[in-house]
Design a protein around this ligand. Structure first.
Ligand code: GRF
Length: 189
């Protein structure tokens, strides 16, 4: 049984699907949710599902390695970023080589980087006149959204698309694919 740790600080809709998917699995389970926002919806999602949560401050995250002890104690095999906007510090990247993945709501390498999150991404895609967008699951390294790509899925961008309608399409893609991509990755290891 592999142990998944989710890093998330948003609403937690992906986290909800991942937790639910692995509740019935004998491959892996979600053992911990790491969050950096005290009022993030994802905390309620995790607590309701009986998953342990930990809130980290910026100071603790970047200037100490206390999180590392928690991750080791949780016997984390894979770190999954699902709406976590802080760049990961070197001590985490070095401790979990090729064991950290992220989901991005666009087709990388386009529309990634600092500031490219939430509706900003969809506004940029529509403003550029793209006819397609999608999701990317990729490994995490020291540069925002630049690690090797593991998986992509596409959707159309219609002429009347708004950032909100595109966001809805992207969420559906994420909710359909992300937990399956995670499972395949864990089986392959
Ligand atoms: C997702 O759209 C994901 O692509 C991005 O952050 C969002 C998290 O959404 N990295 P949620 O909190 O899972 O609803």
């Amino acid at each position: 049984m592999k142990n998944i740790v989710i890093f998330a600080s948003g609403e937690g809709t992906n986290t909800l699907r991942i937790i639910a998917h692995f509740e019935k699995s004998d491959i892996a389970r979600v053992v911990l949710v790491v969050c950096n926002k005290p009022d993030a919806g994802v905390l309620n999602v995790a607590v309701s599902a009986g998953v342990r949560t930990i809130l980290v401050s910026k100071e603790e995250f970047y200037n100490t390695t206390s999180l590392l002890s928690v991750l080791k104690e949780s016997k984390a095999d894979l770190l999954v970023l699902a709406g976590f906007l802080w760049l990961l510090p070197a001590y985490l990247l070095q401790s979990f080589p090729n064991k950290i993945i992220n989901i991005h709501p666009a087709l990388l390498p386009k529309y990634g980087g600092k500031g490219m999150y939430g509706l900003n991404v969809h506004k940029a895609v529509i403003a550029a006149g793209e006819t397609e967008s999608g999701i990317t699951v990729h490994y995490v390294n020291e540069i925002y959204d630049e690690g090797a790509i593991l998986f992509q899925a596409k959707c159309s961008v219609t002429k009347d698309e708004t950032p909100e309608t595109l966001s809805e399409k992207i969420k559906q893609l994420e909710h359909f694919h992300f937990q399956v991509v995670i499972e395949k990755l864990l089986i392959k290891e």
